[in-house]
Design a protein around this ligand. Sequence first.
Ligand code: AMP
Length: 220
Amino acid sequence: MRIVLVGPPGAGKGTQATRLAEKLNIPHISTGDLFRANISQQTELGKLAKSYMDAGNLVPDEVTIAMAKDRMEQPDAEGGFLLDGFPRNVSQAEALDELLTTEGIKLDAVLDLEAPEEEVVKRIAGRRICRNDSAHVFHVTYKKPAKEGVCDVCGGELYQRDDDSEATVRTRLEVYHTQTEPIIDYYKTQGLVVTIEAMGPVDEVTARALAALKREGDEN
Ligand code: AMP
């Protein structure tokens, strides 16, 4: 399957993407994770991306599209992929369509994770992530690690992302509404959008997403 995951920051895209990719046996491609890997390796791309990310803005399309394309062309993505955080505006969605058309393939679904604004701000401001693996996510109130600052899964150090401060989250939400939400209409015209309620226990959200994807698959 080829799936795009959209939703505001803090809706649980990363968490759900990891789980869904595992269940569906397809690679999880997160442009945010790819940028963060470039930042920690101090590449030129990382240096460029960091200034935009820290401010809560989108990294320019040209470099983002090139990076996503490069990742989608890796052998493990031949049979399908789950895109998390890409596309994030209409021109990226158009670039993705072009790429898919060239390859003679299509998206199967666009999963839209819905969550109320105040909830996502609370989720993000308290979020702590493991330095070893961004899939190990904790929260200072909702999902406390057994030992403060230490990952329960692997013992790694937990940190707060530079762009998870409350002020930056407000900017990211604004960017989401003005630039990313229009892609939902773009994909609605292609009949691809499946909306999922992203609140509630993580397992239930995953189950809702899998059930919705199965329905889509049966219908198409
Ligand atoms: P995420 O991990 O998906 O929340 O992304 C973190 C940050 O990386 C975003 O706030 C953007 O600054 C940048 N980013 C990730 N994906 C994209 C994209 N598709 N286009 C532009 N910037 C992106």
